[in-house]
Design a protein around this ligand. Structure first.
Ligand code: HXC
Length: 516
């Protein structure tokens, strides 16, 4: 064997060792728990054979608290670059077989290295989490190490897409890096919490399981921390690829076009029957979204959180579009604190990544009540106003039914930078609902009437007749055009085409003060 051959053989041997992470026993234990290894996950996410690992030989040199016996090639994270649907991406996957995927100084250096290059090159970053948090044996080193990653997350925010998958425990400091990224998918046996059940028991005496504390149902349904829950890791990885398909490589590019073959002139007669006769009867706005955009292209984001708002992505003529909608079949589509957060975030994501926004409006207004006022619905609702006012991407609104009061303004009104505002003939643009309005402005007249109940009904009808339509708003240019529901797809398709090269800019500033 020649000298070079010997070197190559040694490298091959080291690579084989590194590929085993914390060793075969740990890999078997990972599989026995029904979890995949870091490398298996990477291979499922990336195009076949496209992964190139970087940092495989990195090893720490610490000796405290037995760390000298926990020295593994590559440490507890696998990092590198590969491709998804032919697009270059950076990726890191925490390796639970190595000291529980715990976050070390070296892990941080490896992650920061690929993040820095991804940011310079303008390519998306995928993070696959499976970690017990800061490596306790490293003490403050691992805390500082987190700080380095958080800075990268923030610097990359809105510049390159960052998608996080949580595929195991994500404890302590491990939660904050995903929380700073654009999307969080929790799949398989994922859970996230800052302080674990043991700590909670010690501090508060409360007994709670890891699942009940930070399982996928908690974070996609209650806290709103995560955006998607998937049964299996495979489903989560497939979903991550699908999310990327709606996003550009970076904020200077547009998302790729995927021609679906769905004709843009397709009229959908079923839309003419979507709005029920009863003014407060529910219907599912997702039926309208599905009918209007390219077939099977709608991906709902945060489907289990604040269901009174629907947000997501779809395609029109193959081009990526962000969708915001009120959902009349949940809380009548009223805006509340959680829905405001959900909408504002999605508007900002779309704006950061040059994705046009289409807003479907059927909203009776902000939800009244002390819990909302005490919870700061003014501040949270202001985020929606702020996000729309700040956005410079093409924006189109479509009123399907109610567009009352603050909601009319908040939900992408012409005055707040919507480029085009459409309404179906069933649209109702008014300061408030007819019942409330009649009882305020005709209060005396109703009180003095021979039969106040009858008079009240007459006044409600009169108000409804006058204002509960889209034409008063169209008169004054708040609505550009009243359209027949079946015409919606061709109308939106043309409007989006007209706006494709829209140029709009805000004044230079360090940054605005979004009411967080
Ligand atoms: C060092 C760790 C570790 C950690 C796990 N391990 N977490 N080692 N530092 N943070 C080790 C375990 O000792 C074990 O080693 C191996 O990884 C596998 O862990 P298990 O406990 O056997 O696995 P499991 O039963 O699945 O439990 C996983 C777990 C649990 C729930 C994550 O390990 C755990 O509670 N870890 C500590 C979580 C935590 O408190 N993290 C917060 C750190 S402080 P052996 O060799 O015994 O098999 C923090 C603050 C940062 O993160 C704040 C920044 C903002």
């Amino acid at each position: 064997m020649g000298n070079t051959e010997k070197h190559i053989a040694k490298l091959r041997e080291m690579r084989s060792t590194a590929m085993l992470g914390g060793g075969q026993k740990r890999i078997d234990a990972q599989h026995e728990r029904g979890k995949l290894t870091a490398r298996e996950r990477i291979n499922l996410l990336l195009d076949e054979g496209s992964f190139h690992e970087f940092g495989m030989m990195a090893t720490h040199s610490l000796t405290t608290f037995g760390l000298d016996k926990q020295r593994f090639l590559g440490d507890a994270v696998v990092t590198g670059f590969g491709k998804i649907d032919g697009r270059p991406v950076a990726i890191y996957a925490q390796d639970f077989t190595v000291v529980g995927g715990s976050f070390s100084e070296l892990q941080s250096q490896k992650i920061c290295r690929i993040c820095d290059k991804a940011l310079e090159a303008g390519i998306p970053i995928f993070g696959l989490g499976d970690s017990g948090g800061a490596r306790i044996q490293e003490g403050v080193r691992s805390l500082a190490a987190y700080g380095e990653v958080f800075v990268r997350n923030v610097m990359a925010s809105g510049v390159v897409p960052q998608i996080s998958l949580i595929l195991g425990p994500c404890a302590g400091g491990a939660v904050y890096s995903p929380a700073l990224t654009d999307f969080i998918i929790m799949a398989g046996q994922a859970y996230m919490f800052l302080t674990g059940p043991e700590v909670i028991k010690t501090v508060t005496g409360e007994m709670v399981s890891a699942e009940d504390l930070g399982g996928a149902a908690v974070h996609t349904g209650t806290s709103g921390v995560a955006h998607f829950a998937c049964e299996t890791e495979q489903e989560g990885l497939d979903l991550a690829k699908r999310i990327l398909s709606y996003l550009p490589q970076n904020n200077t590019e547009n998302a790729p076009r995927f021609v679906t073959g769905d004709p843009i002139n397709r009229a959908d007669e079923a839309l003419n029957a979507l709005i029920p006769d009863g003014p407060n009867s529910p219907y599912d706005i997702r039926d309208a979204i599905e009918a209007v955009f390219d077939r099977d292209s709608f991906l709902e984001v945060q489907p289990d959180y604040a269901a009174n708002a629907v947000v997501g992505f779809a395609r029109m003529d193959g081009y990526s579009v962000a969708i915001i909608a009120n959902q009349p079949c949940f809380m009548a589509g009223a805006l509340n604190i959680d829905a405001s957060d959900k909408i504002a975030r999605h508007v900002r994501i779309a704006d950061a990544y040059n994705i046009p926004i289409v807003t479907f409006v059927d909203c009776p207004g902000f939800l009244p009540g002390t819990s909302q006022e005490y919870g700061g619905v003014i501040r949270h609702g202001a985020k929606v106003l702020y996000a729309y006012c700040e956005a410079t991407v093409p924006m189109i609104s479509l009123i399907t039914r109610k567009s009352f009061g603050g909601a009319h303004l908040a939900m992408s009104s012409r005055q707040m930078r919507a480029d085009f505002a459409f309404s179906w003939p069933t649209g109702q643009v008014a300061v408030m609902g007819a019942e409330g309005a009649a009882n305020i402005i005709f209060r005396d007249e109703i009180k003095k009437a021979a039969d106040p109940k009858v008079r009240e009904q007459e006044m409600i009808e009169m108000y409804r007749e006058e204002f509960m339509n889209p034409y008063r708003a169209a008169d004054v240019g708040q609505i550009d055009e009243v359209i027949i529901p079946s015409e919606t797809r061709p109308r939106l398709a043309l409007a989006l085409e007209v706006l494709r090269n829209k140029v709009a800019q805000n004044l230079p500033r360090k940054h605005g003060l979004c009411p967080v």
